[in-house]
Design a protein around this ligand. Structure first.
Ligand code: OGA
Ligand code: MN
Length: 289
């Protein structure tokens, strides 16, 4: 008996989990129960978890090593494992929408899965709503197993065995940010990832794209590749696949980046929004289906 109370949130994915205190590291049985629920629902919402960044990091560590983001403008100055999804800086000052950090964070308004540009992409992310938005800033999640299953056979055949390019630099083109320097590019070189992957735990196949990082597909002319990514993204965004999370203060949402994508809705830029993320580092390269 783990004591977890689990309430499904949408027919496609997502469950609310109560009966756990994230200030303390769970024992082995509780961790196993939690992990099983995570694998089943892909996105877990933990309400009322007013934890410190240190507790957030310690809890995440149960799932594996943590990723440290390669850019100073994103990671916390105080705790490098904290990825700041925020329009407020480390000195607690609101940044304007023209600030490079805010522009980059705003790209999360497009569907993506986290750190797919790494050779070993992250496993999961845990996002803490420290100061949430009331004018927007909802986070939407889509089930990429279900999206893959729903593809017509002809489209499945078209993408099976193919790889898409995941390029961190593509983000900078989209956001009209300064292009990466040679040094930055060398630190995060583009990687080819299979478009259909197998989840290492559930063994299920899912569509694996991350449109903010993709504009090339192996063996397909670029214009056609872009259209294909746009079409797949359109399907992934259909409501039947999507859970829309409306944040309350100190919700923590944990998602599996191996079988979901997410996006955030815009909000009033004069309103503070402070979200702290930890990221479970990947241990393996992506397994092609
Ligand atoms: C993220 C992300 C969306 C949000 O933390 O990886 O994309 O709602 N966040 O802030
Ligand atoms: Mn993200």
């Amino acid at each position: 008996m783990s004591g977890l109370q689990v309430r499904p949130l949408h027919p496609s994915l997502g469950a609310e989990v109560r009966g756990i205190d994230m200030r303390v590291v769970p024992d082995a049985a509780t961790f196993q129960a939690l992990h099983d629920v995570w694998m089943q629902y892909q996105v877990l919402v933990f309400p009322d978890q007013d934890i410190t960044d240190e507790q957030h990091v310690a809890f995440t560590r149960c799932f594996g090593d943590l990723e440290v983001h390669h850019q100073k403008i994103i990671r916390s100055r105080f705790l490098p494992e904290i990825f700041r999804v925020s329009n407020v800086n480390d000195d607690n000052e609101l940044m304007p929408p023209t600030h490079a950090t805010v522009k980059q964070v705003a790209l999360a308004q497009f569907w993506h899965t986290d750190s797919s540009f790494r050779e070993k992409p992250c496993t999961g992310s845990l996002l803490h709503g420290v100061e949430i938005s009331r004018t927007g800033g909802e986070t939407h999640f889509t089930n990429m197993y279900a999206v893959y299953d729903a593809l017509p056979e002809s489209l499945k055949r078209r993408i099976h065995g193919r790889r898409a390019l995941h390029d961190f630099g593509h983000l900078h083109k989209l956001a009209d940010l300064k292009p990466l320097t040679d040094e930055e590019r060398a630190a995060m070189p583009p990687v080819w990832q299979p478009m259909v992957r197998v989840h290492p735990v559930t063994k299920r196949a899912s569509l694996y794209i991350s449109p903010i990082y993709n504009d090339e597909i192996e063996g397909i002319p670029q214009a056609e590749a872009r259209q294909l990514i746009a079409d797949l993204t359109g399907l992934a965004g259909e409501r039947r696949f999507v859970y829309e999370h409306r944040w309350e203060p100190h919700d923590i949402v944990q998602w599996d980046n191996r079988c979901t994508m997410h996006q955030v809705t815009p909000h009033d830029p004069t309103e503070r929004r402070v979200m702290h993320r930890t990221t479970i580092a990947g241990v393996d390269t992506v397994l092609a289906a």
